[in-house]
Design a protein around this ligand. Sequence first.
Ligand code: HPA
Ligand code: ZN
Length: 345
Amino acid sequence: MTAADFVAALPKTELHVHLEGTLEPEDLVRFAARNGVELPWRSPDEVRAAYSYTGLDEFLRLYYLGCTVLHTRADFHELTAAYLRRAAADGVRRAEMFVSPQSFLGRVAVADVLGGVLDAIADARTDLGVDGAVLVIAQRHRTEAEALELLDAVAPWQDSLLGVGLGGAELGNPPSRFARFFADARRRGYRLTCHAGEEGPAGYVREALDCGVERIDHGIAAADDPALVARLRDEGVPLTMCPLSNLRLRVVDDLAGYPIMALHDAGVVVSVNSDDPPYFGGYVADNHRALAEHLGLSTAQLAALARSGFRASFAPADEIAAGVAAVEDHEARAAGSQPNVADAP
Ligand code: HPA
Ligand code: ZN
């Protein structure tokens, strides 16, 4: 069995995906036409051709422009349903998805954003067997006061929300600037994540940990800092890593030296994720396959990463155990079907 075949049916998690960033170019153009939004592109191919970036800020400009085509509760329902269908086809069992109502302030009511997303998650649970959940993220290039307002704005849906995170333009906007936001979110009972150490330094990852964050989104900068790696391991704080995103945003020059297995072997819980799949050229299985190819991963290593994904999730303990067992079943079946080559990359 090839690594690519092994990845296809490998039970997976997706813990770092921005719903707004799952808009396929065809849907971007279709939503724009439907909602009367003028875009600088006429066709999906023109959109795709524009998806080339020098870094996070340039990507975010295109991403926020993409957000302007989403107007109604039905749009958010369609967007989320389409993503969850693709995730299910990709072998995703548990999807913890970000959405950022601040992208739509003044244009779309929070009730329409979250209503559409939550309805689609409920549908996918019964129709597709995907266990979906949503985390609301604040944008760090806005003020902490606005982030605190966001917590008030989403309060009516709190029982349906998994957690809270922080995204957006990282450099110059350290997690410590949002210490009160994280403290308030924690007091309200949310699970906490924070984008840190994507373009920013290892110090931002430390600050996120000091803010009580339970999971770091990206965190690749930590790989060069042995004391921080030890802290992540000792505190059991997972990293949601996004190889194709890091490649396309030039966080890394290539995937040959991607530090995910080094972090895993050092005892950090690491997971493989897609971030904004159409913008970065791949869904979660594509990210696993890219790692398999460029790092020469064995099926045993791919299975270890998939198990880490379930362990890094905020799912209830029995669901995590079921996910880990499903990965082990898949590994055993693959080994049983072709005992001599199951470990070949
Ligand atoms: N980093 C920060 N903010 C984001 C990202 C990201 O990778 N994707 C969407 N919003
Ligand atoms: Zn992200």
